[in-house]
Design a protein around this ligand. Structure first.
Ligand SMILES: Cc1cc2nc3c(=O)[nH]c(=O)nc-3n(C[C@H](O)[C@H](O)[C@H](O)COP(=O)(O)OP(=O)(O)OC[C@H]3O[C@@H](n4cnc5c(N)ncnc54)[C@H](O)[C@@H]3O)c2cc1C
Length: 557
């Protein structure tokens, strides 16, 4: 929304609220703002328990910590990963870690932002009781809202808060990361290629490659620089219990933790170190083998690809500034810039080939990689100067900048710069994301093929939406573990995640078959994506996370 639209909504809201207050004389301002807990103070009782402090779980914690609506929540993070107990200990001089993520512009926006500024404005309004601003933010409501007394946040202010982001990008910028504004995709048949350029959609970047350890430590730094009431349990979840709700009527909030558990108002979690804790909402952010998903009885759909991904860091003589991906008969190989003169390789292949690649000597591996990215398996595609654009002139619309870019050979790899790691690949999707007091996010809800580098971006989308839904629940005074509230999260994220999974599946299948007519079709698809500008723009927007559906193609706009 534009600031002008917020203002219009704010003024409309103000008029309605003031009119109502004059009519029924119930309008009033509380004299003090204090954070109240709705329960007896028990050290082991939380509003939210996040099981899994990986990047997605940490992004949720940061998002809750930064929003004025949720920053008062008491949150537990459960994970035995020792990185959670460490302060920033990344040495810039070390070669990059082989585990990296390509983050989309939508994720970058989520990570950026000057939320402390917004918080201080809200605190100023609250502390100094500045009525005119107050009118834009709060109005009287007939029930108590945790952390906000008897005031409701106005609709425009709620919308404004929803668009806030978590402020972790400043920490990422202190470490190695690589923005890229160009991408080239082609296959081994030499029949076609597609180039993308951020300027095709008037943007500066298509994405940024960040080491996973940098993402994680940036989120941790972001969380540590707030006064958020979080407790980290360096342990693992072993069991979870939830009793049925005894009644739908309100429950006395001064009841003991055990009484609230007995009435189904809290879930009980038991940890591997013998500790236990209680929470209104349990978030399963514990990855592809989620224990929360298992214990809560969520069913999944999926399969193992008979493919592994070999990943490692490699070095060039010059800095690489483009993301490259070539589809080979056994699967795609990606060469992603990671900063300085390093790139990251994500190479999908069958299990036998992956174990050969892991064990072959370094020189041989470097030769194999260069072969796969250059003339290996087939010829280079012909460049656009060969007349390709004319084939599509009848539907291509305005010409994108990249449509005139020639095919390029990726920079040569000169050296292996890390260990080689092998990951088996699978697709898994939870049939449901929510049940009473339990919600799944990130890989716990969906594990996808890494061919388009979307997995963690989908997870960040989940964190963002879930924190908004929790904030909405707090704003209207509802129980944040209620399934009716959590369904709003599921309704937004499930279709978006399934759409991306389907698109990746089509790619994965289309490029894993070597069959003459299909090769021609694939070449047509490459050329179409290269020359048809509305199609290209739509692909870029969808892959950037800025457009929800891949098919809203304004083909003839
Ligand atoms: C080879 C490869 C390349 C990839 N490249 C990209 C890319 O370029 N871009 C992209 O967007 N995505 C990429 N992905 C996907 C991405 O890595 C995942 O989507 C992402 O790591 C998921 O994050 P998560 O926090 O949901 O889960 P995880 O990273 O798996 O974190 C789960 C956390 O939960 C903890 N945990 C597990 N069980 C328990 C328990 N019982 N109790 C407490 N804690 C527990 C673990 O210790 C861990 O810290 C790639 C994946 C692979 C395999």
């Amino acid at each position: 929304m534009q600031p002008r639209e917020y203002l219009v909504l704010a003024v409309a809201n103000l008029a309605i609220v003031n009119w109502l207050s004059l009519v029924d004389k119930t309008f009033m301002w509380p004299q003090e703002h204090e954070v109240k807990q709705n329960f007896t103070d028990d050290g082991h009782q939380y509003d939210v328990a996040i099981v899994g402090g990986g990047v997605v779980g940490m992004a949720l914690a940061c998002s809750l910590a930064r929003s004025p609506l949720t920053k008062h929540l008491k949150v537990a993070i459960i994970d035995s990963n020792p990185a959670l107990g460490k302060r920033n200990c990344i040495n810039k001089e070390d070669p990059p870690d082989p585990r990296v993520s390509t983050v989309t512009p939508a994720t970058i926006s989520f990570f950026k932002g000057d939320v402390p500024f917004v918080n201080s404005v809200v605190d100023f309004i609250v502390d100094y009781h500045f009525h005119w601003f107050d009118l834009l933010v709060y109005h009287y409501c007939p029930f108590q809202i945790e952390g906000h007394g008897d005031r409701c946040l106005t609709f425009p202010f709620l919308l404004f808060l929803h668009e806030l982001d978590i402020g972790a990008w400043q920490y990422i910028q202190q470490h190695r990361h690589a923005y890229f504004d160009k991408m080239q995709v082609w296959d081994y048949t030499g029949l076609g290629y597609t180039r993308y350029n951020a300027r095709d959609v008037n943007k500066e970047v298509l994405g940024c490659v960040v080491e996973n350890k940098v993402l994680h430590s940036s989120l941790l730094s972001c969380l540590e620089n707030t006064d958020f009431r979080k407790t980290i349990y360096p342990s693992r979840l072993t069991s979870m219990a939830l009793l049925p709700s005894s009644s739908s009527m309100g429950v006395d909030s001064t009841l003991s933790t055990t009484a609230l558990f007995t009435k189904g108002r809290l879930a009980k979690l038991e940890l591997s170190d013998g500790k236990s804790l209680y929470a209104k909402l349990v978030v399963g952010a514990d990855g592809g083998k989620s224990q929360v998903r298992e214990l809560a009885g969520f069913k999944t759909t999926g399969w193992n690809y008979s493919q592994n991904a070999v990943i490692c860091t490699v070095e060039h003589t010059e800095e690489n500034r483009c993301a490259w991906q070539r589809f080979l008969p056994a699967g795609p190989i990606a060469l992603l810039p990671i900063g300085d003169r390093f790139s990251n390789i994500v190479w999908t292949m069958n299990p036998k080939e992956s174990s050969d690649c892991k064990t072959m000597n370094e020189d041989e591996f470097v030769k194999t990689v260069n072969h796969a990215l250059d003339y290996g398996y087939g010829p280079h595609p012909k460049s656009s100067s060969s007349g390709g654009p004319d084939m599509f002139s009848w539907l291509r619309g305005d010409v994108t900048i990249s449509a005139n870019e020639c095919f390029e050979v990726p920079p040569k790899v000169i050296k292996l710069a890390s260990d080689r790691m092998v990951f088996p690949l699978s697709l898994k999707h939870a049939n449901d994301y929510v049940s009473k007091r339990v919600v799944l996010i990130g890989d716990a809800a969906h594990t996808v093929h890494p061919l388009a580098g979307q997995g963690v971006n989908l997870g960040f989308g989940d964190s963002h939406t879930l924190s908004e839904v929790i904030a909405e629940g707090i704003a209207v005074g509802s129980d944040i573990g209620e399934v009716s509230l959590l369904r709003k999260y599921e309704a937004e994220r499930k279709p978006a995640n399934m759409m991306m999974m389907a698109a990746l599946e089509v790619f994965q299948k289309a490029y894993s078959v070597d069959f003459g007519p299909l090769n021609i079709l694939r070449a047509a698809a490459f050329n179409g994506a290269h020359y048809i500008s509305p199609l290209k723009k739509s692909i870029i927007s969808y892959a950037s996370g800025e457009q929800k559906m891949p098919f809203s193609l304004p083909l003839f706009s």
